[in-house]
Design a protein. Structure first.
Length: 182
């Protein structure tokens, strides 16, 4: 795959998605899995888990991860630049024009609509991840995580570490029990 094509794929992802990382997940999935077949669905969700666990913007993490996998360090750089460039340009344009129209009622209404659609995009990403992991234990983990973050307001980082350590401990315990069972 040529570096220019890789740049173009991630530029399209960066240009066509609004609302931040989680709202981008359905678009990233459609582009990488369905349209360009750069990664299979299971590997996509594995990469999603990895990229969500790392600090930084999920789209950049995905771009670097997949770009490196496809074309090494140059691919990582080109992909990251491609996904970040549209946002950079849009933010500069918005900054130039937005401050002059921040009190405009049409602009205010537009942002209300955008906020609502971003929530829907995030819910769509959550639903797609759920469809890939329909096991009851995974649904319980998701509900537990939601409770810890949304209701008890724990730091997402702490919750991710807690869940990861718990899963490692559970896996180790399961190995020991299965090994010692006749």
């Amino acid at each position: 795959m040529a570096l220019l094509r890789l740049f173009g794929i991630f530029f399209r992802i960066g240009a066509l998605t609004f609302g931040g990382g989680y709202a981008m997940i359905p678009v990233i999935e459609k582009e990488l899995v369905d349209r360009h077949k750069l990664i299979d669905r299971i590997s996509f969700y594995d990469a999603l888990i990895l990229c969500q666990s790392l600090p930084g913007v999920i789209a950049i993490n995905f771009a670097v991860f997949l770009g490196y996998k496809i074309k090494g360090a140059k691919g990582a750089l080109v992909s990251a630049l491609g996904v970040a460039l549209p946002s950079f340009v849009i933010i500069i344009v918005v900054a130039v024009f937005f401050f002059g129209s921040i009190d405009n009622p049409y602009v205010a209404r537009a942002f209300v609509g955008i906020r609502i659609s971003v929530v829907a995009l995030i819910a769509t990403a959550g639903y797609r991840v759920y469809k890939q992991n329909r096991e009851p234990s995974k649904l319980l983990i998701a509900l537990f995580t939601f409770t810890l973050v949304a209701i008890l307001e724990l730091s997402p980082f702490i919750v991710i570490v807690l869940i990861a350590v718990s899963a490692l401990g559970y896996g180790r315990l399961k190995e020991v029990v299965l090994r010692d069972t006749p």
